[in-house]
Write a protein that binds this ligand. Sequence first.
Ligand code: NAD
Length: 331
Amino acid sequence: MIAAFYDAKPYDRDYFSRATGAERVDWRFHDFRLTADTAGSAKGAQAVCVFANDHADRACMEVLASMGVKLIALRCAGYNNLDVAATHALGLQAVRVPAYSPHAVAEHTVGLLLTLNRKIHRAYNRVRELNFSLSGLVGFDLHGKTVGIVGTGRIGQITAQIFRGFEAEVVAFDVSPSMEWAAAHGIRYVDFDTLLSVSDIVSLHVPLLPTTRHLLKAQTLGQTKAGVFIVNTSRGKLIDTSALIAALKTGHIGGVALDVYEEEEGIFSEDLSGQVLHDDELSLLLNYPNVLITAHQAFLTREALSEIARVTTENILNHEAGSPFLAGTQL
Ligand code: NAD
């Protein structure tokens, strides 16, 4: 079984080469991303393995199908970058890894908020330069604050529970609420408007869908509390970046922590140090002292990488053997 692997990073090669059954897959690792233009490189492969920033649109699927590729294996949970309808129409199958470690993403979410609020990143740099001054490093207690969790699926629930551990109030919004879980953890479901108006911190955990694109835009950001902190570890396009910058400029937003960014494709995961960044909005955000950005690394733990490699490899081998895919992974 030949599997062309796109946007391959050193940690991908490491974990996929060590996964159980990996010796039965001929991995063809490519550093570049999969797009319609690069899809020709999958020639001879029966499967392609892609990540969040590969561009698996209809044009790309058409090239893959014409070369005999049969399986698209996403090594991530979100699949907004895959044209699922086109995949099926062209007779290809697709799988993903729906839950590799929701803890990894939830813990990173809280880590980002703590860092931003308590200004740990700034303190770290100061102390290294023997600047032991505390001026400008004032944060707030999470205890007693209200955290609004948007999307209470796997990651949202764990994030909410961690915030409960700080004895914060947690309110939540989800199109399919989990009432028993909420009652068990002292969490209250409210409508989206209420969540925006009562939360000191808003944390996004919904998938990117046509209905969730620009969930936070000028109008909804205007409904948030003055001084609100916003955390997004889900998908960049959930936030209208221009509106976010405008709200940061007025001082309405207290802080923004992002692991994802609207235009991250082609930027995040790349080493662009020493180059001129051609994204003016990202440059602006990077200059604000109350904005903290990581480059889509919330999933990046040993546990998550092992699970991603295990599930993806098993599904590729199942496909070759004509066996069913692992439960809940097929798109
Ligand atoms: P999940 O499917 O378990 O939960 C998503 C929840 O969102 C569900 O409860 C669903 O009912 C709810 N939802 C859907 N549409 C909604 C809407 N319009 N309004 C309110 N709620 C809505 O997904 P998950 O495993 O918790 O992952 C959430 C997202 O996190 C993924 O879609 C992915 O985009 C992102 N993610 C990011 C990283 C990272 O490294 N930064 C890693 C994994 C996942």
